[in-house]
Design a binder for this molecule. Structure first.
Ligand SMILES: [Ca+2]
Ligand SMILES: [Ca+2]
Length: 398
C-alpha cells in the first residue's frame, strides 16, 4: 500500500512540475488545470492521499502515526528500522540480540504453500501459511519458525513446484509470508531450502543452489528477523570421509550469501550450515573445522535430532560447548526417539541455551504436531496431536 501512495504522490508532483515544458501560462492546458485542482480543491482524492502519505509511522514514539492500528516496531513500515533493531549476532557459542542479551528461539517447522507436497496440486494459498504462522506464534507461543521451501525438478501434475528462480509468483508468496511473520515482534524465521532440485545426490548444495541463494539474499537482505538455512540434510557419509567436501560445499553458499549481503549493504544474517552426515545429524567436523568465510562471522550449526537421550552428548552437548548450535528438527520417531527423549531434549536445550524447532506444524509429514482434518490446504482446524500438546505446553510455559 505504501508504494501505491508514493506512486500517487509522484504523479501529483510530476503534474505540478510539468507546466514549464509546454510553453507555460496556458490556462487551457490540461496539466495546468490539474495543478489548480490539486492546490485548491481540498476534496480532491489526490490531496487526501498526500495527507495520508505525509504521516509516516515513526518507529520509536509510542504512537500509531499512520493510523493502521500498529504502533512502532509492530508496524510493518518499521520492519527494517534501526530503532527496531532485530539483528542477531554470534559471539563465541552464543547467539545474541542487538542489545547483547542471549537469544534462544523456540518453535516449529512450517511448510510453504506446497505444504509437504500435500498442496502443490492446488492453487497456492499463502494466507494459509500465514494463518498457521500466526497460530504457532499467538496460540502456541513460538518465537522461532523454520520456513521450509520445497521445489521439484518436474511438475508431474502439480500446479506449483518450481524454485523461486523460475516461479516469480512463488517467490512473491514467500516474501509476503516472511514479511507477515516479521509483523510479530521478536519472532524470527529461518528460511530453509528443504527440498530443492539443485541439491546433489547427498543433499548438499551445488552450483545452482548457490545461484538460488544469491536470489533469495537479494530479496531478503534487509530483513533483520530472517536467518538462512543452506540445505535440509546432508545424507549418508556415515564414516565422515566426505566431511571436508561437504564443508566446502556449505562454505561456497556462505561465501555467496556474504557477497550478496555486502552488495546490498546489509549486516550479515545468521546462516545455518547443517551437519555433514547422517541426515544432518553430525556436527563433529565443524568442531575442529568451523566455517571460516568472513572469519566465520554469524555462522550457526544446525543438527536434526531423531535420537535417544544417550546420543545427546555427542550430537549437540559437546558441539555446543564451542559452536553456536541450533536444533533444526526433532520429534518422536519409532525406533529412534520417544516422547520422553523429546522432553529430555527440551530440558537439556534449555540448560544449554540452544534454540530448537520441533518437527512439524503439519498434519501429514510425520512426526506431526497437528491432527488431520478437512480443508488441509486452506482453513483446516489446527488441533494438536499428543506430540503437539507436548510442544505447545512447553512453548506456552516458557
Ligand atoms: Ca509510531
Ligand atoms: Ca502504524
Amino acid at each position: 500500500m505504501r508504494q501505491i501512495l508514493l506512486l500517487f504522490a509522484t504523479i501529483v508532483l510530476f503534474v505540478a512540475c510539468d507546466d514549464g515544458s509546454d510553453g507555460g501560462g496556458n490556462s487551457s492546458n490540461v496539466n495546468n488545470t490539474s495543478n489548480v485542482n490539486n492546490e485548491n480543491n481540498t476534496g480532491n482524492v489526490n490531496n487526501v492521499v498526500n495527507v495520508n502519505n505525509a504521516t509516516a509511522e515513526v518507529c520509536d514514539n509510542g504512537m500509531d502515526d499512520d493510523g493502521d492500528g500498529d504502533v512502532d516496531c509492530a508496524d510493518t513500515d518499521c520492519l527494517t528500522a534501526p530503532a527496531c533493531d532485530r539483528w542477531l549476532y554470534v559471539e563465541g557459542n552464543a547467539i545474541r540480540r542487538a542489545d547483547g542479551s542471549r537469544w534462544v528461539g523456540h518453535g516449529a517447522n512450517l511448510h510453504d504453500t506446497r505444504s509437504c507436497n500435500r498442496c502443490a496440486w492446488n492453487t497456492p494459498v499463502p494466507e494459509e501459511v500465514m494463518r498457521r504462522a500466526d497460530a504457532l506464534v499467538e496460540d502456541w507461543g513460538a518465537d522461532f519458525i523454520r520456513l521450509l521451501l520445497e521445489a521439484y525438478p518436474s511438475g508431474d501434475g502439480r500446479v506449483s513446484w518450481q524454485t523461486a528462480m523460475d516461479d516469480p509468483d512463488y517467490l512473491a508468496d514467500m516474501i509476503a509470508i516472511v514479511e507477515h511473520i516479521g509483523q510479530h515482534p521478536g519472532v524470527y524465521v529461518l528460511i530453509s531450502l528443504w527440498i530443492d532440485p539443485s541439491f546433489d545426490d547427498l543433499g548438499w548444495p551445488a552450483d545452482a543452489t548457490v545461484e538460488l541463494w544469491r536470489l533469495l539474499v537479494q530479496q531478503f537482505a534487509q530483513y533483520p528477523h530472517v536467518l538462512f538455512g543452506v540445505v535440509n540434510e546432508p545424507q549418508s557419509n556415515f564414516d565422515g570421509s566426505l566431511d571436508a567436501d561437504c564443508h566446502a560445499a556449505m562454505s561456497a553458499v556462505v561465501e555467496a550469501i556474504r557477497e550478496e549481503e555486502e552488495l546490498a549493504g546489509s549486516p550479515y544474517h545468521l546462516v545455518a550450515v547443517q551437519g555433514t552426515r547422517g541426515w544432518g545429524r553430525t556436527l563433529d567436523y565443524y568442531v575442529t573445522n568451523p566455517v571460516t568465510v568472513r572469519d566465520g562471522d554469524n555462522v550457526v550449526y544446525e543438527t536434526h535430532v531423531y535420537n535417544p537421550e544417550s546420543d545427546f552428548e555427542s550430537q549437540f552437548v559437546v558441539p555446543s560447548a564451542t559452536l553456536p548450535v541450533i536444533i533444526g528438527e526433532f520429534g518422536p520417531a519409532d525406533g529412534y526417539m520417544t516422547m520422553d527423549d523429546c522432553s529430555a531434549l527440551m530440558v537439556r536445550a534449555e540448560e544449554l541455551h540452544l534454540p530448537w524447532l520441533a518437527w512439524t506444524f503439519h498434519q501429514r509429514c510425520p512426526p506431526n504436531l497437528l491432527e488431520q482434518a478437512d480443508d488441509e490446504c486452506d482453513g483446516m482446524a489446527l488441533t494438536p496431536t499428543a506430540w503437539g500438546i507436548l510442544v505447545r505446553d512447553w512453548l506456552t510455559g516458557l
